[in-house]
Ligand binder design. Structure first.
Ligand code: NAD
Length: 420
């Protein structure tokens, strides 16, 4: 009988944790504690729609762990959000912040909605009401949301304003990913995509390759996918495939990333109908194109037991959170494909968010060059540590990254002790 693959993100996150924890000498209670989120908040709230009706929405904020600092993590708007998805994403944030050594814990939020079917005014009212619902558990020293799928600097500005109204003072540090004229940091917008490229270049170099002339395929053409594709082109890499929720495009001679972006901007952010490349059907098969670098930058569970055997890339660099299942991980490892895990590859965003938070506290704004210089330094250092441990322990990079992260959070927990 064909094996059924477990695609529950929370259970996948726990399997990834276990694989690394098995290699660490953790106390049994510590293992249980680190696997379990501190707080799972679920809220149901009404929003006035443009037609005068009132609709109920459900939102979540999960705070996984704050042993190393305030909870930190994005907020996504999607019709597919579930509590288990948010719990997985919150725990991945704990390991990410620990791995790149920023003084934060891990959290994540989500609201079940379809933003493509909502007006701007409806989105604003929903964002403000959700912020109000969770305002008791967020704050610059408590829990700091940021953009994720379908949320952006505008959504963060509404959150900042709503929270500040409640506090009767401006609290810029309550969210990151704000516009630069409202306490945002230069370089934050591109930071995740940039980080993906910095880490990909590290992996390429370690294999004795030069970026010039390599090819890449990017799944997802939003904040992470677009900036990753754009910066890869700057490094001399040719982008031969890009997909989004509407379609996948392919051109072996190279896609003009800026032209594709310009088209998408005028087309509700979609590549559907773009006529300077071939459209691939089904769009998921773009993942199986022969290329050097594959960057999943859309959603979870894209590389599974079903398609892992057909992946022909030499490097899979995870821009998205959780794009590869544990079964797929094993298959890719056996095929000798280098997988750079999400908690390392897409950590550029949270590092820049940390810089934004520091600038807000200091009432400063750093130059773009300062931000990217510090960002690259932190990323390269985390990549080196991960790669070195993977080689030393003869494990894949995901297991090595988790070992470093879990070790750091466990040490902080042990040293702080258990209250009371
Ligand atoms: P986004 O909303 O800006 O873009 C998402 C993109 O994915 C869109 O182009 C959308 O059309 C596409 N997409 C959705 N479903 C798809 C499918 N089935 N096939 C192909 N494409 C599809 O979101 P984002 O901020 O770029 O986030 C993308 C991923 O990166 C998520 O997993 C997110 O958690 C992760 N991430 C984001 C950040 C950040 O700073 N924004 C940081 C770390 C990780």
């Amino acid at each position: 009988m064909k094996k059924m693959e477990n695609l529950n993100p929370y259970q996948i996150a726990q399997m990834q944790f276990d694989r690394a924890a098995d290699k660490l000498d953790l106390e049994p209670w510590m293992r249980e504690f680190l696997k379990t989120p501190d707080r799972n908040v679920s809220v149901d709230f009404p929003v006035k729609m443009d037609d005068g009706s009132v609709k109920m929405f459900t939102g979540y904020r999960v705070q996984h762990n704050n042993s190393r600092g305030p909870y930190k993590g994005g907020l996504r708007f999607s019709p597919k959000v579930s509590l288990d998805e948010v719990r997985a994403l919150a725990s991945w944030m704990t390991w990410k912040t620990a791995l790149v050594d920023v003084p934060f814990g891990g959290a994540k939020g989500g609201v079940l909605c379809d933003p493509s079917k909502m007006s701007r005014a409806e989105l604003e009212r929903m964002t403000r009401r959700f912020t109000y619902e969770i305002s008791d558990i967020i704050g610059p020293d408590v829990d700091i949301p940021a953009p994720d799928v379908n949320t952006d600097a505008q959504v963060m500005s509404w959150m900042l304003d709503t929270y500040s109204m409640g506090q009767r003072r401006d609290v810029f540090g309550v969210v990151t990913g704000k516009p630069t004229f409202l306490g945002g940091s230069h370089g934050r917008d591109e930071a995740t995509g940039r980080g993906v490229v910095v880490i990909a270049m590290g992996a390429v170099k370690d294999e004795g390759l030069e970026p010039k002339g390599l090819t890449a395929v990017v799944q997802g053409f939003g904040n992470v996918g677009y900036h990753a594709a754009r910066i890869l082109v700057e490094k001399g890499v040719k982008i031969i495939g890009i997909s989004d929720i509407s379609t996948a495009i392919y051109n072996p001679d190279g896609i003009d990333v800026e032209d594709a972006k310009k088209y998408a901007k005028k087309n509700k952010l979609l590549l559907e109908g773009y006529d300077k490349a071939e459209h691939v059907s089904p769009k998921e098969s773009i993942l199986e194109v022969k290329t050097d670098i594959l960057i999943p930058a859309a959603l979870e569970n894209q590389i599974t037991m079903e398609n892992a055997g057909d992946i022909k890339a030499r490097f899979v660099v995870e821009g998205a959170n959780g794009p590869t299942t544990p079964d797929a991980d094993r298959i890719l490892y056996e095929k000798g494909i280098i997988v750079v895990p999400d908690i390392l590859a897409n950590a550029g965003g949270v590092i820049a968010s940390y810089f934004e938070w520091v600038q807000n506290i200091q009432r400063e704004q750093w130059a773009y060059e300062t931000v990217v210089g510090k960002l690259d330094e932190k990323l390269i250092s985390a990549y080196r540590n991960t790669r070195n441990l993977a080689e030393k322990e003869k494990v894949d990079m995901r297991t090595a990254a988790y070992m470093i992260a879990i070790g750091r959070v466990a040490e902080a927990t042990r040293t702080r002790g258990i209250f009371p």
